[in-house]
Design a protein around this ligand. Sequence first.
Ligand SMILES: [Zn+2]
Ligand SMILES: [Zn+2]
Length: 341
Amino acid sequence: MRAAVLHGVGDLRVEELEDLAPGPGEVLLGIESALTCGTDRKAYLRGHPRYLRSGGVLGHEYAGRILATGRGVTSVKEGDRVIAANSAPCGGCFQCERERWSLCENLTYVFGGFAEALVVPSVVVEHNLHLLPETLPMEIAPIYEPLACALKAVRDLAPQASSQALVLGAGALGLLLTAALARRGVEVTVLDPHPDRLDLAHGYGATAVIAARKESSDVATVRATINAGRGPELVIEAVGQPAAWALALEMSCAGGAVCLFGGCAAGSSVELDTHRVHYEEVVVRGSHHHDPFAVAEAIELLQDRSVPWKQLIGGEVGLDDLERVLAGELYPTALKVAVRA
Ligand SMILES: [Zn+2]
Ligand SMILES: [Zn+2]
């Protein structure tokens, strides 16, 4: 079985691994579709302890077909097209009992999408394995993963329909957050410096876009154009840089909510204006990862053909060219690249 294995920073090798077989409660998934994501690039360029601990096969956005089932598995059979999510909560810990599944203290992660196949652990088979509807093409199925993260973030904010939101950043997640908000009837403005990405934002449900220029003038523009000078009631940051977090905290209207969604480099910090939080009652929260309910919602939303999901995928490579994609040599401006094993 061929797989792209990360051995350390900047050291990715395509290797022939031993064929896999599912144990009791597990299934063997043949990967038929896999997509790159910013996290894969970060793992290649900076290292990623979770990947390296898991054996190093990269790829966490994938979907495929059941090749074999282990003893005791009755929910799927050989040949089924499925999404086996890239994680599953245990269902029994302190956080799971409080329905905060993304914070599960025993969360099982599954990597290994950039390979011909992977073994899906029993906890995922039990809690987060979903049959792919006929109407959902395999090539876009892996988008369920970032979309589920976006849907969970929006669910956490519980927005009211017709409220005004701002999404900072029109990368893949900014666009998916826009789709998740628009689905709830929220009016979404997207802020980003790249005109081509702002063009895409309309297809994902943005009602307005603003070309980002300079941080201070962007705050003034956002406030002036949304809610008659007050600013948006919801702000979601999808850039993952402390400067963008700071901007998000400045932009929301009094009584609004800010979701700091983009993960920043370890050790980052941002100053918080106490006046905004106390006197202006701005709610600040984060959101991370997804859970089985968000995955199910993502699978449903992906069947909406009015959203141009395929536009996220800017190229396709075999395993041997994956390293050039992660190094930024191939398809440097693509939001995602499909990887064939
Ligand atoms: Zn991802
Ligand atoms: Zn748990």
